[in-house]
Design a protein around this ligand. Structure first.
Ligand code: CLF
Ligand code: SF4
Length: 503
């Protein structure tokens, strides 16, 4: 039987060119050292496993409107910015509507493995609505993993209830462990029926977050810590946060860039607080990585997001549309199990192939000078499945990988406007292309399934070499193959490159 995986056959996913490298190092090396029971919890969670996010989808239901704190990067008109991009308002659902929606999505998108509650306010500031949703889902859709994201203020009071409903994954947003820093981020909290401000408020919030983290770890629940990187406020401080949460047993640290636009009406947006550059984010993630597993593939999803990370299929599942759907959930569960098993088989094959390739030796340094070849950043257009399978002009984002003598590692993603939907006569295409070129700053190649003549020339002129030769190949193998081609062409050899440039 050939099963459809993200719109392609499972068999197709296993095809592709051979890796010429000894170490295509970014796939699930993150997980290989984990004990079986933890690996079981994360192997199909798109946020907890970088590899899984190419294959498995998540969805959020917006059942939690209220919040018990104020963050300077949040405007209550929008979703909770601790996991979301401001700028959209979610359709608020009752727990019953939410359960119906989850079943509709699970039946339609069998790759959806995780249901998260992440807003639009704080899920644990709305415990009745949040737990009513979890309770019903754990009974009626037991094959779906449950996940929640919180600011942590009410967390210690909710740990028992979370454990009772089999909620295996909890995200706490921890932006600081020092109340003086916290007072610059949180103007107030609502605590014991009173509004508390300043350093005192930040101190209570930090204590509750740390206590909640310890209690969850003691229960064997996996904890991811989100931190919003706010330049000049907590950038240096986040290294200490990373150390402390790791020491307390957090599984993963997700440092996300602050989004602060004046039009969102947030305190930071209005005050002109800047957001970090991609390089600043990467440097901080690298600095923290010595201490713990870092998440680099977060897309700051909406509180009602549906689909693979980075895509949003919410429009297919509005209340009026799901009302008309006839769902046989028992049949859907059988289909889902078969598809999940096919994906697992493919991932196992991929890991085995990688292990075989790890034994091969490749030149990592110039034979004459002995100098190690420098690392290169490459952008990739993909619509999922871990393949180079998207047209340059259709991409809404590019994944960025670093190839070096040590292998391939995932660095992050860069959002862009779609080039192909732009209107030629209004100059939209031109501006989308120059936006993409700006977004791909630092990348020396872009790998896609196809690319038009016009963007090809402009990208090349900007020093980003387009490459459509690895269409439908696995990403890391293709990136390493291009890196090896660059070495063979002398492009990573400083002396030869200088000579070529002169000529
Ligand atoms: Fe949702 Fe969050 Fe669970 Fe994932 S999202 S509640 S852990 S299922 Fe994931 Fe989205 Fe980033 Fe959140 S990419 S914003 S980290
Ligand atoms: Fe906004 Fe979320 Fe902060 Fe509450 S916790 S103020 S909803 S960002």
């Amino acid at each position: 039987m050939e099963l459809s995986v993200l719109g392609q056959s499972a068999a197709e996913h296993s095809t592709g060119g051979g890796c010429s490298s000894g170490s295509c190092g970014s796939t699930d090396d993150q997980l290989s050292h984990l004990p079986d029971h933890i690996r079981e919890k994360v192997h199909n969670h798109p946020c907890y496993s970088e590899e899984a996010h190419h294959y498995f989808a998540r969805m959020h239901v917006a059942v939690a409107p209220a919040c018990n704190i104020q963050c300077h990067y949040c405007n209550r008109k929008y979703d909770c910015a601790n996991e979301s991009r401001p700028g959209v308002v979610s359709e608020l659902l009752t727990p019953e509507q939410a359960v119906k929606k989850v079943k509709a999505v699970a039946a339609t998108i069998p790759q959806m493995t995780v249901l998260g509650i992440a807003g639009p306010g704080d899920p644990l500031a709305n415990p009745e609505r949040t737990f009513a949703t979890f309770r019903q889902l754990s009974e009626e859709a037991p094959d779906i993993k449950l996940c929640v994201s919180t600011n942590g203020l009410s967390l210690p009071d909710c740990v028992e209830e979370l454990a009772k409903h089999n909620i295996d994954h909890v995200t706490i947003t921890i932006n600081c462990v020092d109340p003086e820093v916290g007072a610059k981020i949180y103007p107030w909290i609502f605590w014991n029926n009173k509004r508390i401000r300043g350093v005192k408020a930040a101190k209570i919030l930090i204590e509750q977050q740390q206590k909640g983290l310890e209690m969850l770890v003691a229960k064997g629940i996996l904890v991811k810590v989100n931190s919003v990187l706010i330049p000049g406020v907590n950038d240096e401080h986040l290294k200490e946060v990373s150390k402390i949460v790791k020491a307390k047993g957090a599984f993963l640290h997700n440092v996300m860039p602050l989004i602060a636009e004046a039009e969102h009406g947030t305190f930071y947006g209005v005050m002109g607080q800047r957001s970090p550059e991609p390089e600043e984010l990467q440097d901080l993630q690298d600095a923290c990585a010595g201490d713990m597993n870092m998440m680099r593939h977060c897309r700051q999803c909406r509180a009602d997001a549906v689909g693979l990370l980075g895509e949003d299929r919410g429009d297919e599942f509005t209340l009026d549309k799901i009302e008309e759907m006839d769902i046989d959930y028992a049949a859907a569960m059988v289909k889902r199990a078969a598809i999940h098993a096919a994906i697992k088989e493919e991932l196992d094959e991929k890991a085995a192939k990688k292990a075989r390739l790890a034994g091969l030796s490749v030149p990592s340094a110039n034979a004459e000078s002995g100098k190690k070849y420098r690392p290169v950043l490459m952008a990739v257009a993909t619509s999922g499945g871990g393949l180079i399978n998207q047209h340059f002009g259709h991409a809404r984002e590019f994944l960025v990988y670093e190839a070096s003598a040590d292998g391939v590692r995932f660095i992050g993603h860069r959002k862009v406007d779609q080039y192909c939907v732009g209107n030629d006569t209004c100059g939209e295409k031109e501006s989308a292309l120059s936006g993409s070129i700006r977004a791909l700053k630092g990348c020396e190649a872009v790998l896609c399934s196809k690319i038009g003549f016009e963007p090809w020339g402009d990208l090349e002129a900007a020093g980003i070499v387009p490459n459509g030769e690895h269409a439908m190949e696995p990403i890391e193998e293709a990136v390493m193959a291009v890196y090896q081609e660059m070495i063979a062409a002398g492009r990573l050899d400083e002396a030869k490159a200088a000579l070529k440039a002169k000529a």
